[in-house]
Design a protein around this ligand. Structure first.
Ligand code: MG
Length: 378
């Protein structure tokens, strides 16, 4: 039986907008994307090429049982070459080189790639037809590009180990976006096998959402409501922003009704009780506490369940202070606390037309709806 090694390239720094770290270590439906990708190759020895300084991220994502990582280089192809060099001492017959950002690769794609190698191909690459009509701008005019014969390349890309190692060494200075391009430079004939649409490259926030949909899981929404009474003071905290006002708000913490309502909404999505259970007003630790801590805690509980917040919508209900001038700062602050893109955060305001306690300016109220994506039971 032929010896096969798997080399996963996870060296990207690729930090997506609004997120905290390289995307390959981000949770995808409850598990780090890299761990899902590696699990797709269960049964084969999997080595992962990581970026410099990503060792701790790798350990946290992969657990203690994973084989040690290989440190990559500046470009993808540098990382692949360094990965291949690390395998050379105990060289396999074949190597499958795979992008960490394709966690949904199926056993079918992997098996087809290996089967082509075992049938004698120097290399094998999963390919897909181009369904959309392609156009290229030629000066001022658009020209339709015939798509006959055009295919899209995916990974894993499989090769005879000795051939692809030599190709990478010989063409280390070329610029290539995948390993088939390096193989072509070395004159290796690469066979196409059938790829799959589901084997998508997860790059953007939208790709994460699509991949999680393909993996299953569920979307939940819940609401929160809160009110605080006006008292003496010269400012109020609302949605994490200090707003000058001729009154303050009474409360054990900073009395930020906006963040309290939102925290309850987030807790509601995971059926985790309410803010008072997590932060009792009898607890001296929370006297005067900034309410972003409560929201951050609720967000962490969601993450602990493998979920993530998709969207949140806060409505502030008061006659005064005027919310409009502070709305964008409030959205930005909530986005910052939750590490969300700002277009996933909505802040609205309304009055009650002079009616009720908000109308009499005795206090203000806030309500919020949060939407959370939770992983399936896989
Ligand atoms: Mg409150």
């Amino acid at each position: 039986m032929s010896r096969i090694a798997i080399l996963i390239v996870a060296a990207g720094k690729g930090e997506r907008t609004g997120r905290n770290g390289p995307k390959q270590y981000e949770p995808l439906a409850g598990r780090p994307m890299l761990r899902r990708t590696a699990a797709a190759f269960a049964g084969w020895p999997v080595r992962v090429v990581i970026g410099p300084g990503q060792d701790a991220l790798y350990r946290a994502a992969m657990g203690a049982d994973a084989l040690p990582p290989i440190t990559g280089g500046a470009r993808r192809q540098d990382s692949v070459r360094l990965g291949l060099e690390a395998l050379a001492d105990d060289a396999p017959d074949f190597v499958l080189i795979h992008d960490a950002a394709r966690p949904l690769v199926s056993r079918g794609v992997i098996d087809r790639t290996i089967a082509a190698l075992e049938a004698g191909a120097a290399g094998a690459v999963p390919m897909l037809a181009v369904a959309d009509t392609l156009r290229r701008k030629d000066g001022d005019v658009w020209v339709t590009v015939p798509r006959d014969g055009l295919l899209r390349a995916q990974t894993p890309q499989g090769f005879r180990f000795a051939d692809i190692l030599k190709a990478h060494r010989d063409h280390a200075h070329a610029d290539a976006t995948d390993d088939v391009a390096i193989a072509e430079l070395a004159g290796l004939a690469v066979d196409a096998v059938l790829g799959e649409e589901e084997n998508l490259k997860v790059t953007t926030e939208k790709d994460f959402v699509l991949a999680e949909r393909l993996l299953g899981g569920e979307t939940r929404s819940a609401m929160g409501y809160d009110a605080h009474r006006f008292t003496d003071g010269d400012h109020v905290w609302l949605c994490g922003v200090k707003v000058p006002h001729d009154h303050g708000l009474e409360g054990h913490s900073d009395a930020d009704a906006g963040l309290h309502a939102l925290t309850d909404a987030v807790l509601g999505c995971i059926s985790a009780g309410d803010i008072g259970q997590h932060f009792p007003p009898t607890d001296e630790r929370w006297r005067g506490a900034p309410s972003w801590k409560f929201l951050d805690h609720a967000n962490r509980l969601v993450k602990d369940k493998g979920g993530r917040i998709l969207h949140c919508d806060v409505t502030l209900i008061c006659e005064r202070p005027k919310i409009g001038p502070h709305r964008e700062a409030m959205r930005a602050r909530i986005a910052e606390i939750l590490s969300l893109d700002i277009d996933r955060v909505s802040v609205k305001a309304t009055t009650t037309e002079g009616m009720g306690y908000t109308g009499r300016r005795e206090g203000l109220a806030a309500q919020a709806v949060a939407t959370v994506r939770l992983p399936g039971s896989d």
